[in-house]
Design a protein around this ligand. Structure first.
Ligand code: IFM
Length: 441
């Protein structure tokens, strides 16, 4: 099975999960610094103060990406490193860091894909309501202006937001992510402002980085009814609206899904929102980034693994492993929404890898099998169906701070020994590097 010669093969990371130096060189506090230092919020009280120390070790990390054989690197830019209080004064040391880092990426011959927002909101903005304050659309536009003016056309692909569903629903509805709020009104307002912020950022990117492809990244997860029981079907349709269509519809059609909007509680949450502006979210983009991890099986009667077919396999996150579902999601998005191009901007798995103290390759057969399946039954299958899939980024380059799960869950294709910061590629890193070089799974 061979991928097209111009297919983009990369690895992905995000600022707060790997950089460390959380309050160094003028970086402002972000919601994850505050949240993770609040007792009981993350596993073992883990935080991103040091993380993978990528802030200092970036040359080594970027060289490794190249040496392994990848052609592209997706990273995110930390808003509070650039504008510590979210608006106003720009921290030149923050911009310098990304400038140096980008030089390194380009010197290694890698294509840089940059995400403007991957969850590290300046705490000073959260203190004013964060994503639930309508003013954030202008705050995000100001930040986008500063970053894209500085780094603009050296980037190969600009991504406005990473997974706005997580920012709004995990952060403001369920409260399991920073800022840890549980408030339906704030959650739906946050989602609305994230969509508008995306709409505001795209024209700024176009102006400051003419000709550079720009898009957004959504985490999409099929919602499959467990049976043909009408209740299962109804719950799955509702789940699809909540998880997928709530963001896809505004971005591609400029409207919210009518079935969810008709729900009394959602309508009430959006009562004070200026709906006429939603059209702004449907600004034309060059690609859609999809972060794909799992499908959900929806049942009105069953819980946990009982909902899944006998023999189902799961990652350490308890996420089901089933590559074809990624292919089917890609096909559905292509058919129903027609983005010009699609990139898998994240796909990967946490497994309990054996720790290593040697220089030998760390064997991670489960992860290798995971990638083989998703590339074969997901990416390659979708290409065969005519989906304009242009790139695939593995999550993640290296083990890192997995948000509420702390450092316990390891998604890296490169192992990180957090005590010494030693990086050791796992077998999956060599496997994917070989795929990147040859295009053969
Ligand atoms: O680690 C996260 C990443 O930050 C966003 N997408 C999902 C990954 C795994 O949970």
């Amino acid at each position: 099975m061979t991928f097209p010669a111009d297919f983009i093969w990369g690895v992905a990371t995000s600022s707060y999960q790997i950089e460390g130096a959380a309050l160094e060189d003028g970086r402002g506090e972000c919601i994850w610094t505050r949240f993770s230092h609040t007792p009981g919020k993350t596993k073992n009280g883990d935080h991103g103060d040091v993380a993978c120390d990528h802030y200092r070790r970036y040359p080594e990390d970027i060289k490794l990406i190249r040496d392994l054989g990848f052609g592209a690197y997706r990273f995110s830019i930390s808003w509070p490193r650039i504008i510590p209080l979210g608006t106003g004064r720009v921290n030149e040391m923050g911009l310098d860091f990304y400038d140096r880092m980008l030089d390194e990426v380009l010197n290694q011959g890698l294509q840089p894909y940059a995400t403007l927002y991957h969850w590290d909101l300046p705490q000073a903005l959260e203190d004013q309501g964060g994503w639930s304050n309508p003013a954030i659309v202008d705050w995000f536009a100001e930040y986008t202006e500063v970053v894209t003016r500085a780094l603009g056309d050296r980037i190969k692909g600009w991504i406005t937001l990473n997974e706005p569903w997580c920012s709004s629903m995990l952060g403001y509805l369920w409260g399991v992510h920073a800022p840890g709020v549980q408030d339906m009104t704030r959650a739906y307002r946050a989602a609305h402002h994230l969509l508008l912020a995306h709409g505001a950022a795209i024209p700024i990117i176009r102006r400051n980085a003419p000709g550079v492809p720009a898009g957004i990244t959504l985490n999409l997860a099929p919602q499959i009814p467990h049976s043909d029981d009408p209740l299962d079907i109804q719950m799955a349709t509702r789940g699809d609206g909540f998880m997928n269509r709530w963001f896809l519809d505004p971005i591609f059609k400029g409207e919210y899904p009518a079935d969810l909007l008709a729900e009394e509680m959602i309508a009430a949450a959006l009562a004070d929102v200026d709906m006429t502006r939603l059209k702004e979210a449907a600004v034309p983009t060059d690609f859609l980034g999809i972060n794909y991890y799992m499908r959900w099986i929806i049942s009105s009667k069953l819980d946990g693994h009982d909902r899944f077919p006998a023999g189902s396999r799961f990652t350490e996150m308890d996420w089901e492993i089933y590559g074809r579902a990624m292919g089917e999601m890609l096909l559905r998005v292509h058919q129903e929404y027609g983005p010009k191009a699609i990139h898998i901007t994240e796909n990967g798995a946490a497994f309990p890898d054996p720790d290593t103290t040697t220089d030998a390759i760390l064997e991670d057969p489960l992860r290798v099998e995971f990638y083989k399946e998703y590339l074969r039954d997901g990416a390659q299958w979708a290409l065969d169906q005519g989906v304009p899939l242009k790139g695939y980024f593995a999550w993640s380059l290296m083990d890192n701070f997995e948000w509420g799960e702390g450092y316990e869950k390891r998604f890296g294709i490169v192992h990180v020994d957090y005590a010494t910061q030693k990086r050791t590629p796992k077998r999956s890193a060599y496997y994917l590097g070989e795929v990147a070089r040859t295009g053969v799974i």
